[in-house]
Write a protein that binds this ligand. Structure first.
Ligand SMILES: Nc1nc2c(ncn2[C@@H]2O[C@H](COP(=O)(O)OP(=O)(O)OP(=O)(O)O)[C@@H](O)[C@H]2O)c(=O)[nH]1
Ligand SMILES: [Mg+2]
Length: 641
């Protein structure tokens, strides 16, 4: 089995290559930071057994964010037989910086010069052979989305893995003048580290003040700290620069020099529209564009969703009329109407809306707009103490809180991840979108629904700011380090695949539970459960929220999956909530379901990502917001009417 690691800067096309070779679908899209967990797959390739490993993107081997730390730990401890460094041909300097670092690490690498088509479009003429000569490692131009160059890439990787050839180019010769200090540190760490660690590389990293590696070594032998300080001072004296700056500068200069040797730039005309969009989307007017873009995604989802609903409703009712049966058994009747109602609400409303939203959002994501929105929101996010980068997980939260919370790993500190996750749990995911549309947009008006969205975003950011201040977040945020990808025409095929991956749970998981749950509720209704809940909670719920007590049961279901709150409310009310609740009550119920608690899957994810204590704080904040909003809006609406 030959183990091949795919490593490269964010958004360079690692997962696209992984998908092509394995047939698995890892999420790909036009923004940096999609892959946040290393994923391994075994494949048989032309008679060879390969283990392919897709890594999160990394700009450098000095890890800052959580997913970079995971990736680098994996590379050092599990040592893939060969590394395919997926370089981006449109961002050569940055990609080569990483190549130089990998060469320093001494692992066998082959460079995939990916997005080569895009580079040609932008007027870059790159001499791959010369680059290979200068670096001393194979360089293969690839266009991963079309599968071009992949065969050759794997052949080279296999060749390298089998021959285990070292690297001809000695990347370390840029450190000739500090060789003495490097060797000194090597002789010390040799005593504490197991042999399989690349000692010379670790020594370089220690001198460079890589915090992660320094912590690891200091834990093993605290005395190393003083020795390192001494050697760093010697380097600063002889070279005039502290080693942390010196080494980064030398690598960067070398990368730039190599680029100037192998790349020529031919002037090409960019389309005027793209040029305009590029400037407009990140200027002050960009905020209008952002509002329009988001409102369009939600409006189009709703309008097209309604069309689907009407067509599916029609077909459904025809089918049910055809197969309908009458019986005097009230339990059989409950089962029959339960099945009918749940499938009707689930298939005609929930499923089309959720799939459409994910599809339109995927198109947006592949266009390259998301990082621009993040760039634009950097200032706002900074007020909270967060980095603009955090706006991307937050946007993903409109799809589903679970992957959105996981993608908070792209953020640099624990506190940032905590606050971003808190904001995400307050953002209406696709399941909550179904509730806003099903109760507010349909019965009260789309503009009201969109207003709820806007106010929700403001409130979520405000809560992030308040809790951020309490935990002292405002000192932590680092600068926005994000390369803006070029705008691309989204691929329908990729968007459809992504939609399926993200929304299939609604069919596999939600629909069966909805059907069984509705039947159960119908039977309990016969047994008078609603009346019982009414008696128990009516006075409290009425007084605080102006809602009948039985709405609590829908909220309990909604804690399992948010859309259940709507579906069970609709099925219990035979499809028309206005027969049972007033417009004001619909608004209050919707607002409460937006905030009251993260769903079970999100809670499990939060515990994994942030531990129990912070998860409990998030749940507490959610509950507090829901109760306050429900209570205040109830009073305001009562006063207004
Ligand atoms: N034009 C062009 N686009 C490509 C090529 N390879 C990948 N892409 C696009 O580049 C974007 C990023 O690809 P991914 O495979 O998601 O990149 P990644 O390196 O896995 O990104 P992260 O997981 O975020 O680090 C996607 O929109 C791809 O469709 C290529 O050769 N040419
Ligand atoms: Mg990826």
């Amino acid at each position: 089995m030959i183990r091949i690691g795919l490593i490269g800067p964010p958004n360079s096309g690692k997962s696209t290559i992984f998908n092509k070779l394995t047939g698995v679908y890892q999420i790909i899209g036009n923004w940096p930071g999609k892959t946040v967990e290393t994923l391994e797959r075994k494949v048989k390739y032309k008679g060879n057994f390969l283990l392919l490993i897709d890594f999160p993107g990394m700009q450098t081997l000095t890890p800052i964010s959580m997913e970079e730390k995971i990736a680098i730990k994996y590379i050092i401890e599990n040592k893939p037989d060969v590394i395919i460094q997926v370089a981006s041909a449109i961002d050569l300097e940055r990609s080569l910086y990483l190549s130089l670092e990998l060469i320093e690490l001494g692992v066998p690498i082959v460079v995939a010069l990916n997005q080569f088509d895009e580079a040609v479009k932008q007027g870059f003429v790159i001499d791959a052979e010369k680059l290979s000569e200068v670096l001393g490692v194979p360089v293969i131009p690839t266009i991963a989305i079309k599968g071009i160059g992949i065969d050759k890439l794997i052949e080279k990787a296999l060749e390298l893995a089998r021959s285990r050839t070292g690297i001809a180019y000695n990347g370390r010769n840029i450190y000739e003048d500090i060789k003495l200090q490097i060797n000194k540190v090597v002789s010390i760490i040799r005593k504490v580290l197991p042999e399989y660690y690349p000692l010379e590389w670790i020594s370089l990293r220690l001198l460079e003040e890589d915090p992660w590696i320094t912590n690891m070594i200091v834990k093993l032998d605290p005395k190393v700290k003083d020795i390192l300080e001494e050697e760093r001072k010697v380097i600063e004296k002889t070279t005039g620069l502290p080693p942390s700056i010196l080494m980064v500068n030398r690598r960067r200069l070398l990368a730039e020099r190599i680029v100037s040797q192998v790349r020529k730039v031919k002037p090409v005309g960019k389309s005027n529209f793209i040029k305009f969009l590029d400037v407009f989307s990140t200027s002050l007017y960009g905020y209008f564009l952002l509002a329009i873009v988001m409102a369009t995604v939600f409006t189009v989802t709703f309008r097209v969703g309604l069309l689907f609903r009407d067509v599916i409703n029609y077909i459904f009712l025809e089918v049910f009329n055809y197969f309908s049966f009458k019986t005097n058994n009230i339990f059989l009747n409950a089962v029959s109407s339960g099945v009918q109602l749940s499938l009707l609400v689930g298939l005609s409303f929930v499923i089309p809306l959720v799939f459409l939203f994910h599809f339109f959002f995927s198109l947006l994501e592949d266009s390259g707009y998301l990082p621009r929105a993040a760039f634009l929101m950097d200032k706002v996010m900074r007020k909270i103490g967060l980095n603009g980068k955090a706006f991307i997980p937050l946007l993903l939260g409109y799809g589903c809180s679970v992957p959105a919370c996981v993608s908070c790993r792209i953020l640099d500190s624990d506190k940032e991840r905590f606050i971003s996750s808190l904001i995400i749990t307050l953002i209406p995911c696709a399941s909550r979108m179904v509730i806003v549309y099903g109760l507010v947009a349909i019965y009260i008006g789309l503009v009201n629904a969109l207003t709820i969205y806007l106010l929700n975003l403001i409130l979520a950011l405000l809560m992030g700011m308040i809790v951020g201040r309490i935990v002292g977040l405002h000192h932590e945020s680092t600068g926005l380090l994000m390369v803006l990808p070029p705008f691309r025409i989204p691929s329908i095929e990729n968007s459809l695949k992504k939609t399926w991956i993200r929304a299939r749970d609604f069919i596999y998981l939600a629909i069966p539970i909805i059907v069984v749950g509705t039947i159960l509720l119908k039977i309990l209704e016969i047994e008078g459960l609603m009346g019982y809940l009414n008696v128990l909670f009516d006075s409290l719920f009425m007084r605080v929220f102006g809602l009948p007590g039985y709405t609590l049961s829908f909220l309990l279901f909604g804690a399992i999956r948010k859309e259940f709150a709507l579906v069970f409310l609709m099925t219990t009310m035979n499809g028309n909530p206005l027969n049972y609740l007033s417009q004001n009550q619909l608004i209050i119920f919707t607002l409460i379901t937006l905030f009251y608690i993260p769903c079970v899957a999100t809670i499990i994810t939060l515990i994994r990502e942030l531990q129990l204590k912070r998860t409990l704080v998030i749940i507490g904040v959610n509950l507090l917001v829901a109760i306050t909003i429900g209570f205040c809006v109830n009073i305001i609406l009562r006063l207004l009417s």
